[in-house]
Design a protein around this ligand. Structure first.
Ligand code: GLC
Length: 429
């Protein structure tokens, strides 16, 4: 058991050790590059002790932005032989080598927090001038390329884009993707016990999609028409929605006028008017949808609760989600399992099929606080604190035993601890 001061120091050291010269790897070995939403979350941790370094994290992330506005899910700044699939498999042809999909766009929400809290205002002004045009382009990319028919609900082309790689919500949609037939060697299972990672059947299909994008020259129109995996991911939709609202606010605060700002305002309204097509009345829950078959992905995963964080939930829906979340949170020893523990898909140690992820808990807790359920928000926060005290900064946590799973010395866990968990006096439970 570590005390608060030790935990703060260990968290800082974790970020410092994972710093590869301006960007932070999630953890050495398993993830040796810059990941999109990891970096955004990690910047929140850097903000607590090195503001300039926090902004630099974003600078490196923006350095990999594509001409069409997309910010990729991984930037391969330097070579590494500890990860597969690398830039050759992705067929990267950009100056900064990268993957060809994005990740949950929490970046603008993080930038808003950084804008609000940064002590060095001269630095903020400089960074806003530099980053705001790029940030707006990123959001315009999401709505233009991933919702070309203006449905209000963007689509995702790969489970890796969701950031929740092997969530049971993707099982059916992914099963329809052909597997690759060539041989390959995974690196992840040389670092981590296979019982905590996705199965080969999933990897075969993850790789098919990677090749599909490359074989079609990353052509957005073609991919939109023909991609064998197309999902309205409730997690991405919620995070994008919240981030776009934060971005619009940030434009006002930073006095930044972009000619297409109104497009963002219009898309926010559009999502608000269409979100209920993902609400399954019979089970009173928000689900992702397989856009190819027009069927909801009916597995209760924590992504559905991000709608609260996004402010997309009506009062009557919130009244149903609160007791559900409470029974969910108490169905495992620690809150809140990424898949509902009563689901037959629940696996408490396997990656996104049950374990607890602290950065998601932070967002969900914010959502409950916004909807005036402080008790639930506190429960998530207290449990998160217990997990890091008990185990340290692991990638994710076993929802019943509390054991650390996946990679150790993990950046976003350390960062979210610095930002969310360690500011306040010790919690007693
Ligand atoms: C895994 C996670 C993803 C994360 C990445 C790096 O792929 O599923 O969300 O961004 O690792 O930590």
């Amino acid at each position: 058991m570590n005390n608060q001061t030790d935990l703060i120091e260990i968290a800082k050291q974790t970020l410092i050790k994972n710093d590869l010269g301006g960007y932070t790897v999630p953890t050495h070995g398993l993830y040796p590059f810059q990941w999109n939403w990891d970096s955004a979350i990690t910047a929140l941790g850097w903000m607590k002790f090195d503001e300039a370094r926090a902004w630099q994290e974003l600078e490196l992330l923006f350095s990999g932005q594509w001409d069409n506005g997309m910010i990729p899910h991984v930037l391969f700044h330097k070579e590494s032989d500890t990860y597969f699939p690398g830039p050759d498999v992705w067929g990267s042809d950009k100056k900064v080598k990268s993957t060809s999909i994005s990740q949950p766009p929490v970046l603008a929400s993080v930038m808003k927090i950084m804008f609000d809290s940064c002590q060095d205002r001269a630095l903020v002004d400089q960074k806003m001038a530099e980053f705001m045009p790029k940030l707006v382009e990123y959001h315009l990319w999401w709505y233009r390329e991933r919702d070309p028919e203006q449905t209000g609900l963007v689509v995702s082309y790969h489970p890796w884009e969701s950031g929740m790689d092997n969530s049971p919500a993707w099982d059916d949609a992914l099963a329809a993707v052909p597997p690759v037939t060539w041989q390959y060697t995974r690196c992840d299972t040389t670092h981590i016990n296979a019982s905590e990672r996705p199965h080969k059947e999933e990897y075969d299909r993850f790789l098919y999609l990677v090749e599909f994008f490359k074989n079609h020259n990353f052509d957005s129109n073609y991919i939109y028409q023909h991609c064998p995996y197309k999902v309205n991911d409730i997690g991405i939709i919620a995070i994008l929605h919240k981030a776009t609202k934060d971005l619009i606010e940030l434009c006002k605060l930073a006095n930044y006028a972009h000619p297409e700002l109104q497009t963002l305002v219009d898309n926010v309204k559009l999502t608000e008017s269409s979100i209920n097509t993902l609400w399954y009345a019979e089970e009173q829950y928000f689900y992702s949808r397989n856009a190819l078959t027009d069927t909801l992905c009916k597995v209760k995963t924590n992504a559905g609760l991000l709608t609260l964080y996004a402010g997309l939930v009506s009062p009557s829906q919130a009244a149903v989600l609160k007791p559900l979340a409470k029974s969910w949170a108490t169905a495992s020893t620690y809150s809140m399992a990424s898949t509902h523990p009563k689901s037959d898909k629940y696996e408490p140690q396997r990656y996104w099929r049950g374990p607890i992820w602290l950065h998601i808990n932070w967002m969900i807790a914010e959502g409950f606080a916004d909807y005036d359920d402080i008790e639930l928000a506190d429960m998530l926060k207290n449990d998160a604190k217990h997990l890091i005290e008990k185990t340290g900064y692991y990638e994710y946590f076993h929802a019943d035993s509390g054991a650390g799973c996946g990679g150790g010395a993990f950046s976003w866990t350390a960062a979210i601890a610095l930002y969310w968990l360690l500011d306040n006096p010790a919690v007693t439970k």
